[in-house]
Design a protein around this ligand. Structure first.
Ligand code: GCU
Length: 683
């Protein structure tokens, strides 16, 4: 096979203690009906998975849904609520649509769901427990997903390239054709196993006639095949659409959302999609952003733009996901008032409550663009009557491009735990995007995917933990970063303490390590323009993108207080005041909010300039330690993974040194201040 199975490798485990509970597979089903795709997939997954892990052969035994469970002596029992199977087993009232109950009773393991999707997630959960070596005797778990929408955004182009892709080419498309093959099936299995239920297969930058034409007959029949595979794993297919499609492929003179002809064109287009793909999810739209067309051209608002599409989707239950990544990318570096960080809030706050109920605003975690450290976008704490979905980037565009290890789950956890103070209680980002704060259903989390057609799917084997972790976290935002890493490690690697400890150490420290040797204290950027890999302190400094550090001989940072751009005031209190004052501003974000002199003393007692030197030396030392730890795994883990990661760690170490020296030299030259510890800084 030309690709791995990620965490679904189902490595064999000797002496699994609860093997005796897994003798058979009994499935309650309405006898007259043929098994659905989902049910067939559950059976396949359980039989193949258990065979591979425990070397046992079980076959599915279909039982009439009306029978009672008493005749079953042992094995796995699957059934929906409402069938007799569960009457005497458990109280399942707490289950929501996609939830499941896993319970051991009388030598049986019950998997009960309200829907077949619930059963699918339950089956994957059971397999995960077994694969990680966890016992299942006495098991009783009720799991409901925290978020209704758990979405992957692929930035795949019709020619097969991937925007910000670091793992090879697209496995969804090539040479303007849609690919449907065994890898499509394995992709669906892999992402369904972590709870993903919505997938956008094409780039948000919908450029060219092929990408724009994805929503037409040219591609719909092929997409139908893909959608059916996805549906068998509980996943809805979504497409990124071009706001100017009525013009570019419809022959209209305008894409004005308030033009009746344009509205009718979208209606017909959507009707046609649903005729061919009845389970279609909806559209993702990037409008008026980085050169993409949008409602601003016609002096219309983003609500006008989103609603016209949402109304076309509404009769079919479709959703319209509209991105808030709208900012002025023609800025003048001499202009100290315009602030890109303010843009999402400034553009969307005034539209709160004006979007239809099947519109969801997709908001990036930070106000800039997926830097290694950013504050949380204040728009989350502002909007009260609008559905929101949190967008994070698993693709490591600014975090080492899958050449560097950077386990992002700790960063996303911090975002999710951030209290917006939008209400007195239940106002963290996790609460808002799960719909808890304002009692909404169309909410959730989306990640820009880090996958491609590389053997290991994610370029760097350890980047697989980000894909895995995103799914698990979007299902349950309360899981800890360690728990997620532990599950991932145990499903892939041999169960040996040394292996577990080394990989856990490497993953858990990796984000902070990356932060240490790159741009300091929340200022971000300092990367090479366009491709965004490697250090270039002034790469964007005099450019039009609004991403400045403003370093001079005395200090650096952007004043985003009232005296500066006023961005800090976009937060609710007490956050606004906390960021406004440098004394209370969290230090990791100090340069994001304040201009700070090099001799300013941080809480640790060291000056800003000394902190920059120290962290850059430390960052490289930490990578050296990672390399050492990894090298200690030779012979203990699969050789191919060992080799691939070792190669990338070598690249990371070289790159970290380059970062260290460029940053230290740059600030040494600006400030003229020596390193108190007299380490090597080039002058
Ligand atoms: C970043 C990224 C682009 C992408 C954009 C977006 O700017 O560099 O490649 O298109 O984000 O999120 O739309």
């Amino acid at each position: 096979m030309s690709y791995s199975q990620c965490w679904l490798v189902y490595n064999s485990i000797d002496n699994y203690k609860d093997k005796d509970l897994l003798t058979d597979l009994h499935i309650y089903y309405e006898k007259d009906n043929a098994l659905s795709n989902i049910m067939n997939n559950i059976i396949k997954e359980l039989t193949q998975g258990l065979n591979s892990i425990l070397n046992i052969k079980i076959s599915a035994n279909i039982i009439d849904g009306k029978e009672t469970s008493s005749s079953i002596k042992s094995g796995i029992v699957l059934g929906l609520t409402g069938q007799n199977v569960i009457n005497d087993i458990a109280d399942t009232e707490q289950l929501t649509e996609e939830g499941y109950l896993l319970k051991e009773a009388n030598q049986c393991i019950y998997i009960i769901g309200k829907t077949e999707k619930g059963l699918l997630y339950g089956a994957f959960d059971l397999l995960r427990r077994i694969a990680t070596g966890e016992g299942i005797r006495g098991l009783k778990v009720i799991e409901n997903p925290k978020n209704t929408l758990r979405m992957l955004n692929h930035w795949d182009n019709m020619d097969g390239s991937i925007e910000r892709g670091y793992s090879g080419e697209s496995f969804f498309m090539k040479k303007e054709e849609i690919l449907v093959n065994q890898r499509t099936i394995d992709y669906a299995r892999i992402v369904a196993s972590i709870g993903i239920n919505c997938v956008v297969i094409n780039n948000v930058n919908v450029r060219g006639s092929a990408a724009t034409g994805l929503i037409t007959d040219r591609y719909l029949n092929k997409l139908k095949e893909m959608a059916e595979i996805f549906e068998g794993y509980g996943i809805k297919l979504y497409l990124s659409a071009n706001f100017a499609a009525p013009m570019e492929i419809g022959g209209y003179k305008t894409a004005d959302p308030l033009d009746q002809g344009v509205a009718d064109w979208w209606k017909e287009c959507v009707q046609n999609i649903y005729k061919i793909i009845p389970g279609f999810g909806g559209f993702l739209i990037k409008a008026d952003s980085e050169g993409r067309p949008g409602p601003f051209t016609y002096n219309r608002t983003h609500a006008d733009g989103a609603n016209v599409l949402a109304r076309a989707l509404k009769p079919f239950g479709g959703l319209l996901v509209w991105r808030c990544f709208v900012y002025n990318c023609q800025q003048d570096w001499r202009d100290y008032k315009t602030d890109r960080a303010r843009a999402a809030y400034d553009n969307f706050m005034g539209l709160d409550g004006k979007f239809d109920d099947n519109v969801i605003l997709q908001i990036k975690n930070g106000p800039m663009d997926f830097q290694v450290r950013e504050p949380v976008t204040p728009l989350f704490g502002g909007l009260k009557n609008t559905n929101m979905i949190l967008e994070v980037q698993a693709a490591q565009e600014y975090t080492g491009q899958q050449k560097h290890v950077c386990y992002l789950i700790p960063m996303w956890k911090e975002v999710l735990e951030f209290n917006t103070y939008a209400k007195e209680t239940n106002a963290t980002i996790a609460d808002i995007v799960s719909g808890k704060t304002y009692n909404q259903t169309h909410t959730g989390m989306a990640a820009v995917s880090n996958t491609g057609d590389d053997f290991n799917w994610t370029g760097h084997d350890l980047a697989g933990a980000n894909l895995y972790g995103f799914g698990r976290l979007s299902w349950n935002t309360e899981l800890s970063s360690e728990q997620i890493a532990a599950e991932w490690i145990k499903q892939i690697f041999p169960h040996k303490d040394k292996v577990y400890k080394a990989i856990m150490d490497i993953l858990m420290g990796s984000w902070h390590t990356y932060e240490k040797y790159t741009s300091p204290l929340g200022i971000g950027w300092m990367v090479n323009p366009n491709h965004h890999y490697g250090p270039n302190v002034d790469g964007y400094e005099y450019d039009r993108w609004g991403t400045y550090h403003r370093a001079n001989r005395n200090g650096m940072g952007v004043d985003r207080t009232k005296a500066g751009t006023g961005y800090a005031s976009q937060y609710n209190e007490p956050n606004a005041s906390m960021y406004e004052q440098k004394e209370t501003c969290p230090e990791e974000l100090l340069l994001f909010f304040h201009y700070i002199p090099y001799d300013y003393k941080l809480k640790s007692g060291v000056t800003l300039i000394q902190h920059i030197y120290d962290t850059h030396f430390e960052g490289v030392q930490e990578v050296e330690k990672m390399v050492e730890e990894w090298n200690g795994l030779e012979g203990l883990i699969p050789e191919d993974i060992f080799q691939r990661v070792q190669k990338r760690l070598t690249i990371q170490l070289e790159s970290a040194k380059e970062w260290r020296d460029r940053i230290n030299t740059y600030f040494y030259r600006k400030s003229g201040v020596d390193d108190a510890k007299k380490r090597k800084i080039y002058y």
